[in-house]
Design a protein around this ligand. Structure first.
Ligand SMILES: N[C@@H](CCC(=O)N[C@@H](CS)C(=O)NCC(=O)O)C(=O)O
Length: 263
């Protein structure tokens, strides 16, 4: 057990896990790490479903408390550490942070669809129809399961992927505007809003889709976020080089299809 008493169930590449690891690193909190292999299906193990019935990561355990949902976990950690500058800045910017949390949830749905169609779809298509069906059946949320089925069946023209591109069309300009106005998303100090949004922008970057925002203020913010020590602790030193290479290769192959539909 770590000295903070915190245990985190997470995956190395999962964007929602990265949000929580960034918050933990910023707050200077150690944790006992339970790494889940989502490709192998660790999230569907009965013991894990007992903790997180949604069959997703992250899940944070603090003593007897089980905390789910990445935004809630980040807020929980700040509430437990109110004297920390990140908590104070986030509390001060409460309403603006809430707006970014709502956008982070929509951004996540979009990034999930884009990652699935670009990186994971081929692997699902390679399964036998029975294995694929089992994969859909394992997902407790029927909406999520139906979306995955649509992405596998209809690829870049599937409704979830087209909706994802609309979400990017809405959120990326908002990120550009915010980062043009101040150094961080809500202010001249970083808040949880920055850590809630960063992993999604970074995923697009790893896929090689930076051309969606070009060289302006959002690019500057992305670099500034990567220069924070928390990036190295939570992402840089954690995400395997093989995963980064896979994102880059899959993104290169997907771009002609995605780019043609983005507009
Ligand atoms: N709203 C949840 C979403 C969690 C989520 O969807 N996590 C993904 C990884 S980023 C996951 O565990 N996926 C499991 C799967 O695809 O089977 C949160 O913010 O924690």
């Amino acid at each position: 057990m770590s000295e903070t008493g915190i245990t985190l169930y997470h995956s190395l590449t999962s964007v929602c896990s990265q949000k929580v690891r960034l918050a933990l690193a910023e707050l200077g909190l150690g944790f006992e790490s339970r790494v889940m292999d989502l490709k192998k299906g660790d999230q569907f193990a009965p013991d894990y479903l007992h903790l997180n019935p949604n069959a997703v990561v992250p899940t944070l355990i603090d003593g007897t408390q089980v905390v789910l949902q990445s935004n809630t976990i980040m807020q929980y950690l700040c509430a437990q550490n109110p004297a920390h500058p990140l908590s104070a800045a986030t509390e001060y910017r409460n309403e603006l942070c809430s707006e970014w949390f709502e956008r982070a949830d929509r951004f996540h749905i979009a990034i999930h669809a884009i990652t699935y169609v670009s990186v994971n779809r081929e692997k699902l298509l390679a399964l036998s129809p029975e294995q694929r069906e089992q994969r859909y059946q394992n997902i407790p949320d029927p909406v999520r399961s139906a979306k995955l089925r649509q992405i596998v069946d209809d690829g870049f023209d599937s409704a979830p992927v087209l909706a994802a591109l609309e979400t990017l069309n809405d959120i990326l300009p908002k990120l550009q505007t915010a980062t043009r106005s101040h150094r961080w998303l809500t202010d001249d100090r970083a808040t949880l809003a920055d850590f809630a949004m960063f992993p999604f922008v970074h995923r697009l970057h790893l896929l090689g889709f930076d051309q969606l925002w070009g060289e302006g203020s959002l690019a500057r913010w992305h670099v500034a976020m990567m220069q924070r020590p928390s990036f190295q602790t939570a992402i840089g030193a954690v995400v395997p080089a093989s995963a980064i290479a896979n994102f880059a290769a899959s993104g290169r192959a997907a771009w002609p299809q995605l780019g043609a539909r983005f507009g």
